[in-house]
Write a protein that binds this ligand. Structure first.
Ligand SMILES: Nc1nc2c(ncn2[C@@H]2O[C@H](COP(=O)(O)OP(=O)(O)O)[C@@H](O)[C@H]2O)c(=O)[nH]1
Ligand SMILES: [Mg+2]
Length: 400
């Protein structure tokens, strides 16, 4: 243990010296008012003697006093220290005319001060850690943090992202400019998303099921994709719909089927499926539309899942709208990922400017993004999911 004595005018002054000399783990062992200088007891100055110590194995580089250290934290320390100092002075200097204290009273008050200093020390260690964490974040990093908080990026990912940039800055022994901070953020996000990039709906699958909550755009998306497959790829597409809850839902798909000249089969239960597949035996690719349900309920998820059984190579795509609430989307994604759904398609990007949910869903549920739909126009408003362009949306104008 390294012990050091400081003589200062007031406690707060000692605290900053101790922090810079002994580091943030230093503890104050004792404080005492002393008198220095003067002549024969006259003209002497009152000072504080502060004994501080640091465990030698904890000895570390002193915390750099950051010019940007948070004023709020400093003010809090200052105020607490002033309180403690007032108490200490009150004990050491009984007011004139006060009765002499008994030994017990004195011991009690001393214990009170010791307790207070101990609490103060704990608080200081905590505050100085927060302070140094924050001090490590430059304005550029704080700007990135604020931006991605607005974009609703999960805090656990945001913290990891900021830490990775802090670490890189430390390695490079430099403070990044805004441009560099944004560049590093983009590179890190790209690295994380890389395993989920360049995914498409399986080419081997002959049957593609589209599932997801009501109104997310499943039917519209099916029409967009079918148009691309028939017109651009020249494939023979067939439709099956099990969305028989609403009469209009069947009509909606029928309208697209007529426009695209694609045969449509309607199934009311699992038992109708073999017949429907037989009718579409000549088709290269079958898109199956399902009813949107309250998929926050796992029961509905298992219900729709029973409809998706097929002897053919098949794939299920979860359709989620960006206008949905993050929590609800996560619950739906969680349920479907339990049933082995791995592909996701995001719709209504045109209706939001907040893109964090896409990242959260991909990373937290290991879902592969396939397409992004951004409008009601069939067949134009759909594009393959591109990691780079997505990151640009997420980082906004700061990335350019
Ligand atoms: N703004 C916008 N609207 C969309 C998009 N996709 C679908 N819609 C609209 O959302 C509504 C519901 O779509 P629908 O395909 O019936 O959803 P479903 O219930 O999941 O089949 C319709 O008015 C669509 O035109 C999109 O990407 N952006
Ligand atoms: Mg529909």
């Amino acid at each position: 243990m390294r012990v050091k004595r400081y003589v200062v005018n007031a406690l707060p002054e000692a605290v900053s010296i101790i922090r810079s000399e002994l580091g943030k783990d230093a503890v104050i062992l004792n404080t005492k008012e002393i008198k220095v200088g003067g002549f024969m007891g006259m003209f002497c100055k009152k000072k504080m003697e502060v004994i501080a110590a640091i465990e030698t194995n904890k000895a570390q580089a002193p915390v750099q006093q950051s010019p940007k250290s948070t004023p709020k934290v400093n003010a809090a320390i200052e105020q607490i220290l002033k309180g403690a100092q007032r108490n200490a002075t009150a004990v050491m200097e009984p007011p004139p005319g006060a009765q002499a204290e008994t030994r017990d009273e004195r011991a009690d008050r001393e214990q009170f001060i010791i307790d207070e200093i101990r609490d103060l020390r704990q608080l200081m260690v905590k505050l100085s850690k927060q302070d140094s964490d924050r001090a490590a974040m430059s304005d550029q990093l704080l700007e990135l943090k604020a931006h991605l908080e607005e974009q609703e990026l999960d805090s656990q990912w945001l913290d990891r992202l900021l830490q990775s940039i802090v670490d890189k800055q430390f390695e490079d022994q430099t403070e990044y400019t805004k441009e560099q901070v944004w560049e590093h953020a983009a590179a890190q996000l790209e690295e994380w998303l890389h395993p989920f990039a360049d995914q498409e709906i399986s080419r081997e699958a002959r049957v593609i099921h589209f599932v997801g909550p009501t109104g997310v755009g499943k039917t519209t998306t099916i029409a967009k994709l079918a148009a691309e497959q028939t017109i651009k790829q020249g494939r023979k597409v067939g439709f099956i719909t099990s969305d028989t809850y609403r009469i209009a839902a069947v009509d909606q798909l029928r309208t697209y089927a007529n426009i695209l000249n694609v045969p449509l089969e309607v199934v009311f239960s699992q038992m109708d499926l073999p017949k429907a597949f037989k009718q579409l035996a000549e088709r290269d690719l079958i898109y199956m539309d399902t009813a949107g349900r309250n998929f926050r309920s796992e029961l509905h998820v298992s219900e729709v899942n029973s409809l998706l059984q097929s002897s053919e190579p098949s794939e299920t795509v979860l359709v989620l709208s960006m206008t949905g609430k993050t929590k609800d989307m996560a619950a739906v994604a969680d349920h479907f990922s339990k049933y082995g759904v791995r592909k996701v398609l995001f719709t209504k990007l045109d209706e939001t400017a907040v893109y964090g949910a896409i990242f959260n869903l991909i990373m937290n549920f290991e879902l592969y993004p396939t397409y992004m739909a951004s409008g009601q126009t069939v067949p134009d408003d759909i594009n393959r999911f591109q990691v780079r362009s997505y990151i640009q949306h997420l980082l906004g104008s700061g990335s350019r």
